[in-house]
Design a protein around this ligand. Structure first.
Ligand code: HEC
Length: 429
């Protein structure tokens, strides 16, 4: 029988085949497909049907199972922010001073999937049954599994980081102490030599590449600052090194000097000029195969900040904070590293939309909110004690910012901090 292409059944068959061909062409990693799209009530959260395969093509692989145990939870948040679109009414009424503080206690109906192949770790601890499964899985991180993982050194560095972050979290939440030696043991088995950890091949980032993603940033004029960091940027607590680069507009005659000179008591800080820009870069501090800390070139997240205006806070002040400060975040997915291998650079990092959502356990409580609201809490320009600084905490006088003495300074500091974490772990054994 000749095929009649106008027959509805045949057309629908052809369409189905065409559609599945399209699906097949789409890279398995298309990050957006694992998260809820813009416009969805849970924009940015993991889709319930998403397949997570960061460490191996087989989603059921041991390393992927461990990843999911650490980075995916189905839980009710402790707090739900008013900044979520479904939690507030009209934008003009909502965006008034303090919008970023609004929240209520989480309830059973707020339960959702949180986490995914990103930076924020939602897990706080494990039930007895989960811990039993985890003990077996952690013990199985050995032999060929380790050899295969180490063939992609950057993935091995990241997997080790996941293990150590989970250990840090359990120290902080005082849960499942029996898992600590197993997490550390697996971290030691996947450790690489110092020669590999220090090789250029690990690099995922060059500062100059920021310009391609955000052309207005003048990275060539930026100065890297050493400063006394808060716990958020202390490798004892986050196992990451962090570098902050900053530039004021060329028109600011005295450059950065007004903020880098020590202040007398009560002396007023100079006002940060409109157009001031910053880049924050964070990379993994690894444990080498001799048990020492090694700050690697595996950068996993880059954040930028620009002061646009000092207009009043309002819905129509079209900036992240609604009072003049804009942010951007690019985050590297583990799966991208696995699939792209050595070719990975900042161009491959996922753009994190500032209106997308996350469970921000890393900042203390399990709070479900938007990136915009979370970042604004600490970086708002107005209604705070230091309005002159316009949401650039690196310029606070008590953190004593100064240009770095050498480009490795922050990394050496992070290694010393990481050693304190190792000492804290050793005490638990
Ligand atoms: C709990 C408070 C807090 C939160 C939440 C927070 N930051 Fe920061 N951020 C800081 C502090 C403090 C510094 C100063 C760096 C240091 O201490 O070493 C900083 C530094 C920065 C810098 C470097 C320039 C500067 O402002 O000094 C950027 C860029 C930045 N943060 C972006 C973000 C983004 C984007 C978010 C949202 C995901 C965010 N921050 C959330 C506290 C916070």
């Amino acid at each position: 029988m000749p095929v009649n292409p106008t027959c509805p059944a045949v057309v629908s068959l052809i369409l189905t085949v065409a559609a599945s061909a399209l699906v097949a062409q789409e890279p398995a990693s298309a990050p957006a497909s694992r998260r809820q799209p813009a416009g969805h009530a849970d924009f940015g959260l993991p889709r319930p049907d998403a397949v997570w395969a960061p460490y191996h093509a087989d989603p059921a692989h041991l390393l992927n199972r461990l990843f999911r145990a650490f980075y995916l939870v189905h839980a009710a948040p402790a707090e739900v922010a008013a900044a979520l679109p479904r939690e507030h009414g009209d934008a003009a009424d909502f965006f008034v001073p303090g919008w970023y503080f609004g929240k209520r206690a989480g309830e059973a109906t707020d339960e959702r999937w949180f986490g995914g192949d990103g930076r924020q770790m939602p897990r706080e601890g494990f039930t007895a049954a989960e811990a039993a499964a985890l003990r077996e899985d952690l013990a199985a991180v050995d032999g060929e599994v380790v050899t295969a993982l180490q063939a992609t050194p950057r993935l091995a560095v990241w997997f080790q980081h996941d293990l150590l972050r989970m250990a840090r979290r359990l120290l902080d939440t005082r849960q499942n102490p029996e898992l600590l030696p197993l997490l550390v043991g697996a971290a030691r088995r996947v450790a690489l030599s110092r020669a590999v950890l220090e090789s250029d091949a690990l690099s995922t980032f060059r500062l100059a590449d920021v310009q391609a993603r955000q052309p207005e940033l003048q990275v060539a004029r930026m100065v890297e600052l050493e400063r006394r960091s808060t716990r958020l940027f202390d490798a004892e607590y986050v196992q990451l090194w962090s570098s902050v680069y900053l530039a004021v507009p060329e028109t600011a005659a005295s450059g950065l000097a007004p903020w880098l000179t020590p202040k007398g008591k009560g002396e007023k800080l100079a006002s940060v000029p409109i157009g001031t820009q910053a880049v924050l870069v964070q990379g993994i501090v690894a444990l080498d195969d001799e048990g020492n800390a090694c700050a690697t070139d595996v950068v996993i997240e880059v954040r930028t900040q620009v002061l646009r205006n000092r207009d009043p806070l309002a819905a129509d002040n079209a900036t992240t904070t609604r009072d003049g400060v804009d942010f951007a975040i690019w985050s590297l997915e583990r799966q991208t590293l696995r699939e792209r291998g050595a070719a990975t650079s900042l161009a491959d990092f996922r753009t994190v939309d500032m209106e997308s959502q996350e469970l921000f356990r890393d900042y203390g409580t399990r709070k479900h909110t938007t990136y915009a609201a979370q970042c604004t809490l600490c970086h708002r320009r107005s209604n705070g004690p230091e309005e002159e600084l316009a949401g650039f905490p690196v310029l606070r006088s008590h953190v004593s910012p100064r240009p770095v003495a050498d480009p490795q300074e922050r990394r050496r500091k992070a290694e010393a901090e990481f050693e304190k974490f190792l000492a804290a772990l050793a005490k638990t054994n």
